[in-house]
Design a protein around this ligand. Structure first.
Ligand SMILES: Cc1cc2nc3c(=O)[nH]c(=O)nc-3n(C[C@H](O)[C@H](O)[C@H](O)COP(=O)(O)O)c2cc1C
Length: 184
């Protein structure tokens, strides 16, 4: 009986530690990471501009994907600005032909830093006069399922969303997708 009770105690403690770690990781991941603007200039005489706004995670998978996309789009002739979402960033994205939003997935959701920024920026993009930028959404995660995108359907309604893509294997590269997006 004593062994059974000890076993239950150990299991309960492990479960508690796991839950605390899980909540800690998700909470930290959701926080804005501040201004980190990087600019890749376009080719001379080409004025097409792309913006990549992504929330970095812990193991740099999302950061690598964002940088590969930027390199591909830049090689395709665009000037590319990369930054993290947050209050430091303008919500007026009307000057860009291509806008990409990205985030790791935690507990089936994209990070709050990104979705809070989208809450501000999407209504402005819908209202903007003139041609609406092409929008691409990317997620990184360990699972192939893409429930995280469905949660944003309402927010993205009326926008020119051309692609939603999830990178679920660290073997994947996003450079070719960047090139492809630049050539359209
Ligand atoms: C606490 C936790 C929850 C996670 N939840 C999901 C999930 O619901 N779906 C998924 O595809 N990946 C999930 N993952 C995997 C992360 O999305 C993956 O590790 C992330 O893309 C890594 O990106 P990063 O290197 O930029 O941190 C989770 C990872 C952790 C640590």
């Amino acid at each position: 009986m004593k062994y059974i009770l000890n076993g239950i105690g150990v299991l309960f403690t492990l479960l508690l530690v796991f839950m605390v770690l899980f909540v800690g990781v998700v909470t930290a991941a959701n926080k804005p990471k501040g201004d980190n603007e990087q600019v890749l200039s376009g080719k001379d005489g080409i004025t097409k501009k792309a913006m990549i706004i992504y929330q970095p995670g812990f193991t740099k998978f999302t950061t690598r994907i964002a940088r590969e996309l930027a390199a591909g789009i830049n090689a395709g002739g665009y000037g590319v600005t990369i930054n993290h979402p947050g209050k430091h960033l303008s919500t007026d994205l009307s000057g860009y032909e291509l806008v990409i939003f990205g985030s790791p997935t935690y507990a089936g959701q994209l990070t709050k830093a990104l979705t809070n920024y989208l809450t501000q920026v999407c209504p402005q993009l819908v209202k903007a006069t003139g041609e609406s930028p092409r929008i691409v959404l990317f997620a990184t995660g360990g699972l192939a399922q893409t429930e995280e995108f469905e949660r944003l359907d309402g927010m993205l309604a009326g926008l020119n969303v051309v692609k939603k893509v999830k990178f679920s294997s660290k073997e994947q590269s996003a450079y070719d997708l960047g090139l492809e997006l630049a050539q359209k």
